[in-house]
Design a protein around this ligand. Structure first.
Ligand code: COA
Ligand code: MG
Length: 242
């Protein structure tokens, strides 16, 4: 991972940029810098959080999204406006071919940017205090559960998270949230090198239009990106505005 210049970033059409932010290393001065960037509505929403940790997460997420969008769009961070789709997916409220998606878990925020294509990102902090197959039976497809059963026990949690993040990034790219049936598609779970959709039951050919990526830049976290487009490269950066 690297840190490119603070100024305008030229995003090439066939590349995804994914930025990782650590919530935990931000002091009050840093939080204030992010807070200053928020819209009046976002400030109001921030004031409603009961727990300080959630408020910090909200302010850093919205602030980092504005600062990074500024670099791609060349528009002042405070002047950027957003719309939300029927199921809550945020997008820019003006005409641009820049697309983004966000995910946060534990202390890490991931923001992915790309030109033109529908994109979804998911990051999860890895826990191991749950029954893998109980959760899988509610969320995974038959093909995914069958594959998971063949994985050695000590690897099951890791493979579970590979599957979970890939599936969630896919439904986030589709923008329909959990209204999209999770058993109507299957992801491969056993390879980070050749990550792909294995089946899209509503249209057998759709799986060929998608690319999936898995990333793991922090211990205890696993992330995935789904993109509807022929993208071959994801570049990862760490973001720190302090
Ligand atoms: N589509 C895409 N992105 C969406 C979205 C939608 N319909 N609704 C919200 N988002 C974005 C927002 O930017 C949100 O962050 P913000 O509110 O801070 O701006 C971000 O996604 C949240 O993503 P994440 O951090 O990964 O949260 P989540 O895992 O709790 O929820 C949802 C993701 C809201 C999109 C939804 O799919 C959900 O509730 N999932 C539950 C988890 C699940 O069952 N996953 C199945 C995996 S097999
Ligand atoms: Mg998630």
């Amino acid at each position: 991972m690297s840190s490119p210049t603070k100024h305008f970033v030229n995003l090439k059409p066939n590349i995804i940029h994914t930025w990782l932010v650590n919530f935990d290393d931000k002091d009050e001065d840093a939080i204030n810098k992010y807070y200053y960037l928020l819209s009046e509505d976002e400030k109001k929403r921030a004031s409603k959080y009961k727990f300080h940790k959630d408020k910090r997460c909200y302010i850093i997420t919205k602030g980092a999204l504005r600062l990074l969008s500024e670099r791609y769009l060349n528009i002042d961070a405070r002047a950027i406006t957003f719309d939300y789709g029927k199921y809550g997916k945020p997008d820019f409220s003006f005409n641009t071919n820049l697309k983004f998606n966000i995910s946060h878990s534990g202390d890490i925020l991931a923001l992915s940017f790309v030109k033109e294509f529908d994109i979804g990102v998911d990051i999860e902090k890895i826990k191991d205090n749950f029954d893998v197959f109980e959760i899988a039976s509610n969320f995974f497809s038959t093909l995914e559960i069958e594959t998971l059963k063949k994985v050695p026990k000590e690897k099951q949690v890791e493979y579970f998270y590979r599957c979970w993040t890939r599936k969630e990034s896919f439904i986030k790219a589709k923008a329909k949230g959990l209204s999209f049936p999770l058993d109507s598609f299957s992801v491969c779970i056993n390879s980070d090198k050749k990550t792909e959709l294995l089946e899209t039951k509503w249209d057998a050919a759709e799986k060929h239009q998608w690319k999936l990526f898995t990333f793991s830049h922090q211990p205890d976290y696993l992330g995935a990106i789904s993109i509807k487009g022929d993208i071959k490269t994801v570049e990862y950066f760490s973001f720190n505005n302090d």
